[in-house]
Design a protein around this ligand. Structure first.
Ligand SMILES: Cc1ncc(COP(=O)(O)O)c(C=O)c1O
Length: 389
């Protein structure tokens, strides 16, 4: 059997399951209004929570850095790809997160894989929330350590797993804001369990950093968690920061260890310096974006109140991730397509990204939306729900 003969039935099976994924061509920058496939839609599926991806200050910083450094970084950080822009960004992010030191990674996916694998090995245990992001789960699958999952945010289950363990080292791993549900991890309880059971806590705050906390310092700030309580903090830069890449924040010793042992850090080309420069500009704006964060939370409150009044089923989230639960894959797809006809882009999230029977419309709000756009979306959701498939 040649390769295509093997692959074609797999693709057909995906189609039959209504889980076939396609990409839509975007013809404009990220914004509340976005051009896609020749039409303008109100964009409710971007992670550009603060609307920085097309901000003029970031664009200027990137252009200037491209003039000074060129486009490519040329090599990995450990060869000759580590530029001054990377260095300054790491220092500024360390100050922002209140951690001793920061290390930039090329993506969040790589950071998560690389950190879990650098810190754990044979004889150790990695404990992950069932709803953790794929990159954390894959990091756990790749390590030679045992990997166990605990029920979503179920602290009794986590404690039981910790107590039953006779492993040498234990790493507890969680999203800060769960990416498909929008709820917050119980960081206070997790930090206490970690402390009581001689374990380390790793938090991936991809969707919290920039959005949550007075200055945007994320979920750990909301819970007041310091470096001792959360020794391994991951942030991504492609969401609220509006650029690209990721970072790990923690102790000097943690960062030095990752530089020595993290394969996804060592064996990959460094981010372009111009991306680091744009992110430095972004960080300045993130710190000052109190008004945008307040507006975003007003949008969240308005969306939730209107949906709940009109009988739409939401999840237990007070973050800009506001999934509308649908259940069947087919219905979620139909509703997403109907919303597009009505002028709104909301993606249907289906298994295996979410558990079976929990397909949903993942609405994300950004600071660039208006209350009116949110009201219009809710009206469109209600109308899409009423229509028969
Ligand atoms: C919780 C979480 N962690 C990590 C990632 C991966 O980050 P990146 O896009 O930078 O690879 C994502 C999504 O992209 C995410 O939602």
């Amino acid at each position: 059997m040649n390769l295509d003969q093997y692959l074609q039935p797999r693709l057909q099976e995906r189609r039959n399951q209504l889980r076939y994924r396609t990409r839509k061509l975007v013809e404009s920058p990220q914004a509340a209004l976005i051009n896609v496939g020749g039409r303008q839609l109100v964009n409710f599926c971007s992670n550009d929570y603060l609307g920085l991806a097309n901000n003029p200050a970031l664009i200027t910083a990137m252009k200037n850095a491209a003039d000074n450094y060129g486009v490519g970084s040329g090599a990995s950080h450990l060869v000759n790809g580590h530029s001054l822009e990377h260095h300054y960004l790491e220092e500024e992010l360390a100050e922002f997160t209140g951690r001793e030191r920061v290390l930039l990674f090329s993506t969040g996916y790589m950071a998560n894989m690389g950190v879990i694998n650098a810190l754990t090995g044979k004889g150790d245990l990695v404990l992950e929330d069932k709803l953790n992001h794929a990159s954390l789960i894959d990091g756990g699958l790749l390590t030679a350590a045992d990997m166990q999952r605990f029920k979503h945010s179920d602290m009794a289950h986590l404690e039981q797993r910790l107590k039953n363990s006779t492993h040498k080292h234990k790493l507890i791993v969680t999203d800060g804001v769960f990416s498909m549900d929008g709820d917050l991890a119980k960081l206070g309880a997790m930090a206490e369990l970690a402390d009581a059971n001689d374990s380390w806590l790793m938090v991936d705050d991809a969707h919290g950093i920039g959005c949550l906390g007075e200055k945007g310092a994320g979920t750990v700030d909301v819970f007041g968690m310091n470096q001792h309580q959360v020794p391994i903090l991951i942030g991504t830069l492609g969401k609220a920061f509006g650029t690209f890449g990721a970072f790990v924040a923690g102790s000097e010793t943690l960062i030095e260890s990752l530089i020595q042992f993290s394969r996804t850090y060592i064996y990959t080309t460094a981010l372009p310096p111009a991306v680091a420069a744009a992110t430095r500009a972004s960080l300045r704006l993130v710190r000052e974006a109190g008004q945008q964060r307040t507006h975003l939370m007003q949008l969240v409150a308005r969306f939730r109140e209107s949906c709940l009044n009109l009988g739409l089923e939401l999840m237990d989230s007070n973050t800009p991730i506001q999934p509308v639960m649908v259940g069947s894959d087919e219905r979620a797809l139909q509703m997403s397509q109907r919303l597009a006809q009505l002028g709104f882009w909301v993606s249907a999230i289906r298994p295996p990204t979410v558990p079976e029977g929990t397909a949903r419309l993942r609405v994300t709000l950004t600071a660039q939306h208006t209350l009116k756009q949110v009201d219009q979306l809710v009206a469109a959701l209600v109308s899409a729900k009423m229509e028969k498939g």
